[in-house]
Every structure is written in C-alpha cells, then in structure tokens.
Design a protein around this ligand. Structure first.
Ligand SMILES: Nc1ncnc2c1ncn2[C@@H]1O[C@H](COP(=O)(O)OP(=O)(O)O)[C@@H](O)[C@H]1O
Ligand SMILES: [Mg+2]
Length: 455
C-alpha cells in the first residue's frame, strides 16, 4: 500500500492512458464511427484523469503525508502534527495521528521527568550505590560512591566488580547476595584522610518479572555516628562500673577489717564506720546523678514549667552555701534581682545553681571568692557563677561537660564529686533551649554564664 501511494502521478496517468487504449480497442468493433469512438475515449480519459486528480489531492497526498508523519513519530519527533481539515476518513486519520503524537509527547515528558527524578535521587542520596548485572558487570556507581573512593565513573562502568572494587567485603557481599538471593549486610571501615569512617554495606539482589536474578544493588551508608554512640554507651557502662567499684571495694575492705577485729577497738571501729558511711554516701550521690541524667535523656521527658520567683528559688540555697563557704573560709556574694520572675522548671534550675556553686566552692582554695548573680534582659535570664579558684586549662574546657570527665580525678573524688555535675547542668540548659558560656584561667578563676530564654 505504502509503495502504491508513493508512486508518482504520471505512473497512474500512464495506467489510465493504457486502460483508455484497451477500452478503445474493445469498443472498436461496436462503435463504427471513428470520431464518436475518439470522442468517447477522450471523454473517458478526461473523466478518469479528473477523478484521479481528485483522488490524488484528497487521499493519496494526505496519506503520503500521514506516512511521513508516522515515520517521524516513530523516530521520536512527537511535536509533528498532521494538518488536514476534511471530514472524511483522512480527517479521522489525521485526528488519530495528532492524538497519538500528543500522547507520545506526554509520555516522553513524563518518562523524562521520572528518569531525571531517579537520577537526581541516585546522585544526591547520602548513600553510595553500585548496580551490578547478573554477570557481575558494573552498570552504575553514584556520586557518593565515587567521592568515597576518589575515582571516576569510567574506572568502574563496564568492568567486572571483582576487577575494580578493592574491598574484599564488597566481593563477599555480592557473592552472598547472588548465592542466597536475599539481602546481605556487612560492615567495613575506610580511612578518609586521617579520619576512620564506619560503613555498612547491604547487597540487595534484583529480580525480573519471572523472578529470575537480574543483578544486585550495593548500598553503602555511613554508620560512624551510630558506632560512636555505641562506643560512648560502652564507655559509659565501663565508667559507671569503675566509679562504683571504688567505693564498694573500700566499704568491703573496711567492713571485713571490722569483722575480723570483732569491734574490739571502739576508736578504730568508729573511724572505719565513718569511712563506710561516707563511701556509701558517695555511692548514693553517684546513683542519684545517674538517675537524674537518665531521666533527662528519656524520650518522653517533660519539663515542669512554672513561673519562678528568684527569691523563692534561692531561699534554701543561700544559707546552705553561706555555711559551706564559711567552713572553707571562702567569701560568697549573691547579687540577684529578687523581684525577677521567669518561666522554667524550678527544681532543674535549682540543680543548675547547686551544681555550679558546688564546683565553685570545691575548686577554690581557702580565702577565695565565689559569687552568684542572676539578672535578666527581655530575651533571657542570665545566671552567672564565678570563683577565684584553680581555673581550668583552655585545652580541656570543651571536655568538662562530658560525663565523668575531671581535670584532676583525685581532687574531684576527694571533694565528693561524681564527675556528672556539669553533664547534668548542660542537659538541663539544653532542654530549656538555653546556652552555656565558660571562661576560665588557670589559678585565676572560672566564670560560668548560663542564658535561659524567657518564653
Ligand atoms: N569552678 C571550677 N573550677 C575549676 N575546675 C572546675 C570547676 N568546675 C568544674 N571544674 C572541673 O570540671 C570537672 C567536671 O565537673 P563536674 O561535672 O561538676 O564533676 P565533679 O563531680 O568532678 O565536680 C571537675 O572535675 C573539675 O575538674
Ligand atoms: Mg561538680
């Protein structure tokens, strides 16, 4: 059909001419008048030519155009349109072709968008990705993966995975994903500069519609934060055990001696019992601090926020610390705006002040000075505790809020410190959305500023 339509008009004219001649030959025996015969043939020829012309303009040419347009669509040009306004079958064909072109255009736009979205996701995901076919050839590695290994796509694409992936764990993961046809997880470490990064690698087998293995995707993600948390948890358990072991060993030792001595020497017994009492007291403090920290860290922890008046807040604190300071011959000054009222969790704020004053007195020598000031602006309440004590080395300043971190372990223990006071302070300030500033100089003293937003 296509080749017939494509034939030139002269071809059909020739056929008409040949048909007219055959017609003339057939009519020749019937019509004996030659002029009439010629006239019939000419009329016949003219009618057929006119019909051919009409057929050509209305059908052949549009059909030929339709074929050209369909072939363009076939080649992916979906913007072509067929302009034909007739109401006949060609008109219907033209509408259908235009609708086909529009739909194809729409599909191609959607498909392009989906492809682009997929590429954007693959390229911008925080995970490294590698796509491998069932024969083990690499088809795709994303940007994250390339940045981990500092290589280019060319160095991977089209190669067998065991030729270009260096880590042994990759080979094992791929092989097991292929072998067991299920997700396989492994972990490995990789040095980025001097930094050790922990990665988890997951091999995910891919199947086609017939459930046949088609390849595998490797997903690599950074689990360094998770590992650090795990390490911190382990450290924490080790620290707690260590902190508890010291007083328990001491209690046990003194109790044993007392038992052996059968309480004969009253003086010694009293002295040992005092030690046992003090040690158990320290254990209790430690456990209380641990419980406070654990409560603050609980997911559903909620502050009990009420309006606090500073006078009420300091009512019990001031006399107790005046006494403590007097015992150590330290002068203590309170400079607070007693009329000040603000919204916060009263018990927690008390705990902040107690912990800071405790430290100020503990780490200040006799004759030193300690002060507490509470003021406010429109935006925040400012709690300022300062001392003229031993100070803290600048190098370790950022660490003093860590749990169990002490600049001088022996000194902290001797003064009854648990090593958790500032960790608790930091937590309380954090849950109030506040901030802490610390300024300290060795042998000059320490200033701690706490800013709590006024809600
Ligand atoms: N005002 C201060 N002056 C000097 N050092 C301080 C002061 N406050 C805290 N520190 C240091 O920070 C460490 C951590 O403090 P903290 O968490 O309260 O634990 P601790 O129970 O040891 O007091 C202390 O051991 C001490 O070395
Ligand atoms: Mg302390």
């Amino acid at each position: 059909m296509k080749s017939l339509i494509k034939k030139p008009l002269s071809y059909y004219m020739l056929i008409i001419f040949v048909l007219s001649v055959i017609n003339g030959l057939l009519l020749f025996p019937i019509v004996d008048n030659v002029i009439i015969l010629i006239a019939i043939l000419i009329i016949n020829f003219c009618i057929l030519t006119l019909f051919l012309q009409f057929f050509n303009v209305n059908h052949m040419k549009p059909l030929s155009k339709a074929i050209t347009i369909l072939s363009e669509i076939n080649q992916g040009n979906y913007r072509v349109r067929f302009h034909f306004s007739g109401n006949n079958i060609i008109g219907t064909i033209s509408k259908e072709i235009n609708s086909l072109a529009r739909n194809m255009n729409e599909y191609s736009i959607q498909e392009k968008m989906q492809r682009e979205q997929l590429t954007t996701i693959i390229e911008n995901t925080e995970n490294g990705l590698v796509l491998i076919d069932e024969k083990g050839y690499i088809h795709l590695v994303n940007r994250k993966f390339l940045t981990i290994y500092g290589k280019t796509m060319k160095e991977y694409k089209g190669y067998l995975y065991y030729e270009v992936l260096e880590e042994e764990v990759f080979h094992k993961t791929i092989q097991n994903a292929f072998l067991y046809e299920e997700n396989v997880k492994n972990e490995f470490t990789h040095y980025e500069g001097t930094e050790k990064v922990y990665y988890q690698i997951i091999g995910v087998p891919i199947f086609n519609e017939k459930n046949r293995l088609k390849g595998a995707v490797l997903v690599i993600h950074d689990i360094t934060e998770l590992k650090k948390l795990e390490l911190m948890r382990k450290d924490f358990v080790a620290n707690v055990s260590h902190e508890l072991r010291t007083p328990i060993t001491s209690i046990r030792g003194f109790a044993e001696t007392l038992l052996e001595d059968d309480l004969k020497n009253k003086e010694v017994a009293k002295e040992f019992l005092t030690i046992i009492y003090n040690e158990s007291d320290r254990m209790q403090l430690l456990i209380e601090d641990l419980l406070t920290l654990s409560r603050l860290e609980q997911e559903n922890f909620q502050l009990i926020v009420n309006e606090i008046d500073v006078e009420g807040l300091l009512k019990d604190i001031i006399p107790a610390y005046q006494m403590k300071a007097r015992k150590k011959k330290i002068s203590i000054a309170f400079s607070v705006d007693e009329k000040l009222k603000f919204k916060a969790d009263k018990e927690k704020i008390k705990q902040i002040i107690i912990n800071l004053l405790d430290n100020a007195i503990h780490y200040t020598q006799e004759q030193g000075k300690v002060s507490l000031a509470i003021n406010s602006t429109e935006e925040y309440v400012h709690i300022h505790v300062s001392d003229t004590g031993m100070g803290i080395d600048k190098a370790v300043l950022p660490r003093i809020f860590e749990r169990f971190y002490r600049v001088d372990k022996a000194r902290s223990r001797n003064t009854g410190g648990t090593g958790l006071g500032l960790a608790i302070v930091k937590h309380i300030v954090d849950v109030h959305d506040g901030k802490i500033e610390i300024d300290s100089e060795i042998n000059k003293g320490t200033h701690i500023h706490i800013y709590l937003p006024r809600k």
